[in-house]
Design a protein around this ligand. Structure first.
Ligand SMILES: [Zn+2]
Length: 228
């Protein structure tokens, strides 16, 4: 039996209805969870299907964002940019690493033309880094880790968060540390892990606080090895 099923969507840009494959919850098997939230799955990878892309106009976003209504102005922006250069591509069927990369890149263009928050753009760039890691393409992995890091830094510096979002904000600070460590900026990484551990809301997110302590120790070890 297939581990995929069809879910219905309505495109908020061109109004077309279509179905797109998703992984059945019962078929999701996590094999390993990495410290940058990258999960390795045995069997179908639900991360591949995180983006919904309208085959008719090219509007593409994370599933939850795709379901949100757009303002008339936003619809015009997508039509004038994405749809204008769109050549029909179908991402509604089964996906592999290559098609997952393509559909995430299309979503990236959508988020950029709509000038969406850097926190969500960072999340998208981080997923691209994971896909290249799974492909064993180290240069592309580094490139997207660095782009994700820059987006999270911009988010930290420029984007306001409500009090309820403080836990999410802590995740961004933690990821700035973790991505710095992954690209070899150990001292910088330690500074960010430390600000997670000492953050006034660290008690609200014990998982992240625990990760930060663990990765802080790892970065310190890697830093001393890099000096030898
Ligand atoms: Zn559409």
């Amino acid at each position: 039996m297939s581990s995929l099923f069809d879910r219905k969507y309505n495109c908020p840009v061109c109004q077309k209805a279509f179905t797109s494959k998703q992984v059945k919850t019962s078929a999701i098997r996590a094999k390993e969870r990495k410290k940058d939230f990258h999960t390795i799955f045995s069997g179908e990878n639900p991360t591949f299907y995180g983006i919904i892309c309208c085959p008719d106009c090219g509007y593409a976003k994370f599933e939850n964002d795709f379901k949100q209504p757009l303002s008339l102005k936003q619809v015009e922006v997508v039509k004038a940019t994405i749809l204008k250069s769109w050549k029909t591509q179908d991402f509604t069927m089964e996906r592999d690493l290559q098609s997952a990369i393509k559909v995430h890149l299309i979503a990236l263009v959508n988020y950029n033309v709509l000038k969406e928050r850097q926190a969500i753009i960072g999340k998208l760039l981080l997923r691209l880094a994971w896909f290249y890691e799974e492909l064993g393409q180290e240069d592309e992995n580094k490139k997207y880790l660095t782009l994700a890091l820059n987006a999270f830094l911009k988010s930290y510096e420029q984007e306001k968060v409500d009090e309820e979002e403080e836990e999410k904000a802590l995740e961004v600070i933690y990821l700035i540390g973790e991505l710095n460590r992954q690209i070899g900026n150990y001292k910088e990484a330690i500074r960010w892990y430390e600000s997670v551990v000492r953050h006034e809301f660290a008690y609200k997110n014990r998982l992240i606080k625990g990760y930060a302590k663990e990765q802080w120790a790892l970065a310190a070890e890697e830093y001393s090895l890099s000096k030898k």
